[in-house]
Design a protein around this ligand. Structure first.
Ligand code: BGC
Length: 746
């Protein structure tokens, strides 16, 4: 959105205020020669209302491809695939005359119960930032704008329009804002959508620190800030804070803005500035329209199937049961085989162009094998669970292998509600137990948007295939993996915990009395399980393949502000396959609390049997940084970092050391600065060294105890008195002034 356009001239302040809210639910106002723009959900397909655009209705949208939701997209760990999906979504948007698609969602999966986790990428900010960037780049390459959402710290559905996410600066910057920062800085989305919730007490929609200081100041955002639908509590405060567009339309809000200008409580320059941004946005969006665009429904379905296949995670395959041989007989059990679960409920719900039925797709690839189906359980509340189970057991025992589809129903996970637990339904667990008792050769296929407790099913079936939510081509993609047409290569982007009680936010979710305390700090996802050495059922980054890979060598090179990590990987098995290489960093002895390791990059490679190749991952130096709460900035501290090449967060294959020099660290020095901070300053240290060296010596003389730590952390000012007149008058003031000036403070 860098095109320059003439400044807004012809509009009155009333009209400028009117530009700042929608014409209806999905469009902005056409005013003067400023064109109207249509925005629609998002993210994994288009939800464009069929007839009028004056309603929120969650049904009745035009058909469009339901691509894999973010939960599965992220499991590809493949920015290229995500880019292609973004591009395809852009073409469908162009064809349906939509200028902004409301996505991607890059909020962190803080707690597995979060009701919209299926719309988000990961518990890890690097994964969410990298894939969110690819999504926006792909979409915007077609001339359609993204709306990066929900900004910010929107990690639960409970009390979502009022709750205050109370977060400390480090987790805020390092975990929750980081994916937004990455996407804004690397992809410049046309719009950012502010969230419903409050952050440390202030509504996102009227949070000038968030919308102006951070988003525009720190990250140089150039687009417009749009409210989530209904997120504006006080329009005048929102305009003052940096919100450009209130959605949907709100005439009262427009009038309030004008009144505030007239009574002097709102600077008219702010209204004009917003209107200018909106005008530029509308003109660019309008000029980017390509109404002649068509899309090939079959090609997009094929893309949805290909990427869904890449997002499937093979969690376990103990007896090498997979891929299935297309001979003998196969029992297909579970209602999801006939009525697939492939997307979540709420505003992201897409009316698909078609839906692959897993049972049909299995039959299509089963060759000579006989395929028998039994539903085993039912979504109907009045179903006879015992009878359904019995029938499934009969079918399973008469077959050579059983494939059992389990998961959650759409009503169990949708926007607007968090889940009460992370359990599979009891009748499904009973079914699986009964089937595995008669059929040891059992494969489980899972469909679900949020993480599940899988401990109850890991002992039973031989294999577990995690489909999460795969979009409209789920059925075909699952069949491809079951029969080895696709060798699974997906990896988890969210930890599967052993128990809900083990999860990081367990004692702090979802909060009470309109507040939720982010008490776990930076220890989110694997950072928590690693720090506390908690066993998990499947770790972050886990996923198996039908072949095997060895990691041969690891090298790390520093080039300018980047580290180039090269890992040589060999396919040591019998099938072609794709390996995802994860790169983590670690810094024992850091100056601040750190996770034992954190993801700094990843890459992947396709290899034929026996083939080896290098995977090169470029890691910007700032991936090593932490947010310094005293300096209010990012700091890369000096140290010997471990660089780990891994197949999962708990499967480290190779390690190398990397010596890193420090960023310039500048503290304002004063009487509360510690002696250590004074001594380490290049100006103050040498100036006072003589005085303090004697004191350090005097303290420690004849003692076994090392007093250095206590002296190092003692406030400088408190020692000036005890040193009597040892330091000449005026020297302290003069040295501190020179040091602070050199450090850019005065
Ligand atoms: C959701 C957004 C969505 C918007 C428009 C809101 O309720 O939070 O994600 O884009 O509605 O449907």
């Amino acid at each position: 959105m860098t095109d320059t356009v003439p400044a807004l001239e012809a509009l009155t302040i009333e009209q400028q205020a009117q530009l700042g809210s929608g014409a209806d639910f999905w469009t902005t106002k056409q005013l003067g020669d400023v064109p109207s723009v249509m925005l629609t959900d998002g993210p994994h397909g288009l939800r464009k209302q069929e007839a009028s655009s004056d309603q929120l209705s969650l049904s009745g949208s035009l058909p469009s491809t339901c691509f894999p939701p973010a939960v599965a997209l992220s499991q590809t760990w493949d920015p290229q695939s995500v880019y292609r999906i973004g591009e395809a979504l852009g073409n469908e948007s162009q064809a349906l005359d939509v200028q902004v698609l409301l996505g991607p969602g890059v909020n962190i999966k803080r707690d597995p119960r979060g009701g919209r986790n299926f719309e988000y990428f990961s518990e890890d900010p690097h994964v969410a930032g990298a894939l969110g960037t690819a999504w926006v780049d792909g979409l915007q390459s077609t001339g359609v704008g993204a709306s990066l959402k929900h900004f910010a710290v929107n990690n639960q559905e409970w009390d979502r329009m009022r709750v205050s996410a109370d977060v400390d600066p480090r987790p805020l910057r390092e975990i929750y804002l980081r994916p937004f920062q990455r996407v804004v800085e690397n992809a410049q989305p046309w719009t950012v959508m502010c969230s419903y919730n409050r952050i440390n007490g202030v509504h996102a929609s009227q949070n000038s620190w968030l919308l102006t200081d951070v988003l525009r100041g720190d990250w140089s955002f150039e687009g417009i800030v749009v409210s989530d639908w209904g997120a504006v509590a006080d329009r005048v405060a929102a305009v003052a804070a940096g919100l450009d567009l209130q959605m949907p339309g709100d005439e009262n809000g427009d009038a309030q803005v004008v009144a505030a200008v007239h009574d002097g409580t709102l600077d008219p320059a702010l209204v004009t500035r917003n209107a200018e941004r909106l005008e530029r946005f509308a003109r660019v969006a309008d000029a980017s329209r390509r109404p002649e665009t068509t899309w090939n429904v079959d090609a997009h379905h094929a893309l949805a199937r290909e990427v869904a296949g890449k997002g499937i995670v093979l969690l376990r395959d103990d007896q090498n049961l997979l891929p299935l041989e297309p001979v003998g007989s196969i029992a297909v059990i579970g209602e999801f085989a006939a009525k697939p679960r492939y997307q979540g409920g709420g505003s992201s719900h897409v009316h698909p162009t078609r839906v692959d039925i897993p049972l049909d797709e299995i039959r299509a690839l089963a060759g000579d094998a006989a395929v028998e189906y039994s539903s085993g359980f039912s979504s109907a509340t009045d179903a006879d669970a015992a009878a359904l189970r019995e029938d499934a057991v009969t079918v399973a025992s008469a077959s050579d292998v059983a494939v059992v589809f389990l998961g959650l129903f759409e009503r169990q996970e949708a926007e607007g509600a968090d889940r009460p637990d992370i359990e599979l339904p009891q009748d499904q667990l009973d079914l699986l137990e009964a089937v595995t008792a008669v059929q040891p050769r059992t494969v489980v296929v899972l469909s679900h948007g949020g993480a599940l407790r899988l401990a109850p099913i890991t002992a039973g079936p031989a294999s577990i295939v995690d489909g999460s939510l795969l979009g409209q081509a789920a059925g075909g993609a699952i069949a491809d993996v079951l029969f080895g047409v696709v060798n699974p290569s997906g990896r988890l982007t969210e930890t599967v915990p052993e128990r809900l009680e083990d999860t990081p936010a367990f004692t702090n979710f979802p909060g009470e009395r309109m507040h939720v305390r982010y008490g776990e700090g930076i220890y989110v996802g694997y950072r928590w399980y690693d720090a506390r050495d908690i066993d998990v059922t499947f770790p972050f980054g886990h996923g198996l393949s039908y072949t095997s890979f060895s990691y041969e060598s690891l090298s790390v090179e520093t080039v300018g502000d980047e580290f180039i990590v090269t890992v040589t990987v060999q396919n040591t098995g019998e099938r072609a396959g794709r390996e995802i290489v994860q790169i983590y960093a670690s810094l024992p002895g850091s100056a601040v609390a750190r996770a034992p390791k954190w993801l700094v990059g990843f890459g992947s490679v396709d290899l034929e049997p026996g083939q080896s190749a290098d995977v090169t991952v470029q890691i910007p130096r700032d991936e090593l940084g932490y947010w310094d709460e005293e300096l209010h900035g990012w700091v890369v501290e000096a140290g010997e970092y471990s660089i780990l090449a891994a197949a999962s967060s708990r499967d480290i294959r190779l390690q190398s050391m990397l010596a890193v020099g420090s960023d310039p660290i500048r503290y304002r020095l004063g009487s509360e600065s510690s002696l250590g901070e004074i001594m380490r300053d290049p100006i103050a240290g040498p100036a006072f060294e003589g005085y303090f060296a004697a004191m350090f010596e005097q303290f420690s003389a004849g003692e076994d105890v090392d007093f250095t730590p206590i002296l190092d952390s003692s406030p400088f000012g408190r020692f000036l008195g005890s040193l009597g007149g040892a330091i000449p008058a005026g020297l302290v003031e003069d040295v501190l002034r020179r040091a602070n000036t050199a450090n850019g403070f005065e």
